[in-house]
Design a protein around this ligand. Structure first.
Ligand code: ZN
Length: 318
């Protein structure tokens, strides 16, 4: 079986030099080279076919993000000189999400990448990988944060929800606060997340087990926080619970927020997952036999990121 991979080089214009980490200027860790590493590794596998994204109207973004917020990102990006970087203000939740001149275009292009993937899924493709950068799951209605500007997975799930029930499984190391909030009161989109205990790790104020949805959405939000040092075996046990939640919900579509910062050598992670184990994760997900859109989120070990992505996608395909 072949796999469609949606990819655009527009992400590379978004390349802030620094983030502010514990009040120090540190080299920016969400680098363009992350994606280069993945593309290089996947091009060695003949089953992986690369496609360019189409452009989609802003209306898709407006259903998930405030208009003023989108205008802020577009206008502030455009006002910056090539060498300028903008740090926190009203729309920015943290010090990891600076804006540069090409940030808006890169974020918009990541949305086009994911929506092009959605189109293929609606047309009947069984699995598509949307190679998004910048990532999205921390981006909230009117706040950027955690390297995220537009919530690619939420925008995709929202579009898919017009065609059926959608489950989102978020396996990034960090809790997807933005995605959770987007669907917190909706019963037609299930959000299930496995992530580091927010007592210890970003985003610190969401991702706890008692966050289960509200109103009509009550019971359609599931969080599985895990301790630092979590091993393959411990992770597998939780993954199987999460997949049972998805199966019980019986969705027409599955969106995977695929972060690879759960890897044992990730510079900002804290779990102990190994490269071959990502194939196992992929196999477990593919057993569900649901049309699946994989959306790239975090993962910061540039040297091994391609190997992790390849291992995961092989598990999905085999
Ligand atoms: Zn992450």
């Amino acid at each position: 079986m072949n796999m469609k991979i949606i990819y655009s080089n527009n992400h590379s214009g978004h390349n802030p030099p620094y983030e502010i980490y514990e009040r120090r200027l540190e080299p920016y860790i969400e680098k363009a080279e992350r994606i280069t590493s993945i593309v290089k590794a996947l091009k060695e596998d003949k089953r992986m076919n690369f496609y360019s994204p189409n452009r989609f109207p802003l209306s898709h973004i407006y259903e998930i993000h405030q208009r003023e917020y989108v205008a802020f990102l577009r206008n502030r990006s455009a006002q910056l000189e090539d060498t300028q970087t903008l740090y926190p203000s009203y729309f920015i939740m943290d010090t990891y999400t600076p804006i540069t001149r090409k940030t808006y275009e890169a974020a918009r292009s990541a949305v086009d990448v994911v929506l092009t993937g959605v189109r293929y899924i609606i047309e009947g493709e069984r699995v598509v990988y949307a190679l998004c950068r910048p990532p999205g799951h921390h981006a909230d209605y009117k706040t950027m944060g955690g390297y995220c500007y537009f919530n690619n997975a939420a925008i995709a799930a929202n579009y898919l929800s017009k065609n059926g029930r959608v489950a989102i499984l978020d396996i990034d190391f960090h809790h997807g606060n933005g995605t959770q909030n987007a669907f917190y009161d909706r019963p037609d989109v299930l959000y299930v997340s496995i992530h580091a205990d927010p007592h210890d790790k970003f985003p610190y104020n969401s991702g706890f087990t008692d966050e289960q949805g509200e109103g009509a959405g009550l019971g359609f939000n599931k969080n599985y926080p895990l301790p630092l040092g979590t091993t393959n075996e411990q992770y597998l046990c939780t993954l199987q619970k999460a997949l049972r939640n998805v199966q019980t919900f019986n969705p027409n579509f599955l969106v995977i927020s695929a972060g690879f910062d759960t890897y044992e050598k990730d510079p900002i992670g804290g779990f102990k997952l190994t490269i071959p184990f990502y194939e196992k994760i992929g196999m477990e997900i593919s057993k569900l036999q649901i049309p699946t859109l994989i959306v790239q989120e975090g993962g910061y070990n540039i040297k091994d990121l391609g190997k992790i992505a390849r291992s995961f996608l092989r598990g999905i395909l085999d």
